[in-house]
Write a protein that binds this ligand. Structure first.
Ligand code: SF4
Length: 226
């Protein structure tokens, strides 16, 4: 059954040439796409990425300046109690959990990883508050690894376009790794996020002005002629 399922998904996946056409359009449309989070090093990116769950990058950037001034290094976070972080991150949503996770991650980094953020997926995912998406954000942006972090925008846009054909983020990531040449994984992640924020929004996507309209599976399905 699982094999048959895989076969069906493979059949539905886009031909490579068409995927490439989409990527060319995205690259031309968003040549400067990059992470919206501000950070000076891998650890700051890790903290910012944990904080960014359920809030915007702008909101995270508003608070991290003061947070990193008060707690400049992993050791400073590790020595703190989560409650000490809370006043700094209150505006970021689910802040109590985030404070616990950040302190927990900092302690683990200090105790097990010599205060360095690892670039290895399995090691990153051992850290409290770090799932696959956050680990991929860190690997791609802090270490220049080829990785595709699937957030809500990437999931929605990739599946609308047909670059992926999946019901969950893990299969979406796997589909994208097959549809997109490896050297473009990290850039494509940013292009899809920007497209999702600016054009292919969750509610009322702006299909009329979308440069991908002629290639988009969702558009073709919702605007059938005849
Ligand atoms: S045509 Fe519409 S659904 Fe397709 S990518 Fe563009 S905005 Fe999204």
């Amino acid at each position: 059954m699982e094999k048959a399922d895989k076969g069906k998904r493979a059949q539905k996946r886009l031909p490579r040439a068409r995927a490439r056409e989409m990527l060319d359009v995205l690259e031309k449309t968003y040549p400067n796409a990059r992470s919206g989070l501000r950070y000076d090093n891998a650890f700051q990116l890790l903290v910012a990425a944990i904080l960014s769950a359920q809030t915007t990058d702008k909101q995270v950037n508003r608070i991290t300046k003061d947070l990193f001034t008060r707690f400049p290094a992993p050791e400073d976070f590790a020595a703190a109690e989560p409650e000490e972080l809370e006043p700094y991150i209150k505006s970021c949503g689910v802040y109590r959990n985030k404070a616990k996770n950040i302190v927990g991650a900092a302690r683990m980094l200090v105790e097990r990883f010599g205060s360095e953020v690892p670039n290895d997926m399995d090691a990153l995912m051992q850290l409290p508050g770090v799932g696959r998406k956050t680990a991929n954000v860190v690997r791609a942006n802090a270490f220049g690894e080829d990785a595709i972090a699937v957030d809500t925008h990437v999931f929605r846009v990739a599946n609308r376009l047909g670059l992926a054909d999946a019901k969950d983020v893990l299969h979406t990531e796997h589909d994208l790794m097959k549809s997109i040449p490896r050297e473009k994984w990290s850039c494509a992640h940013h292009w899809l996020i920007w497209h999702g924020r600016m054009v292919c929004r969750a509610q009322n996507p702006k299909c009329g002005g979308c440069p991908l309209r002629s290639l988009c599976r969702h558009y073709a399905g919702t605007h059938k002629s005849g």
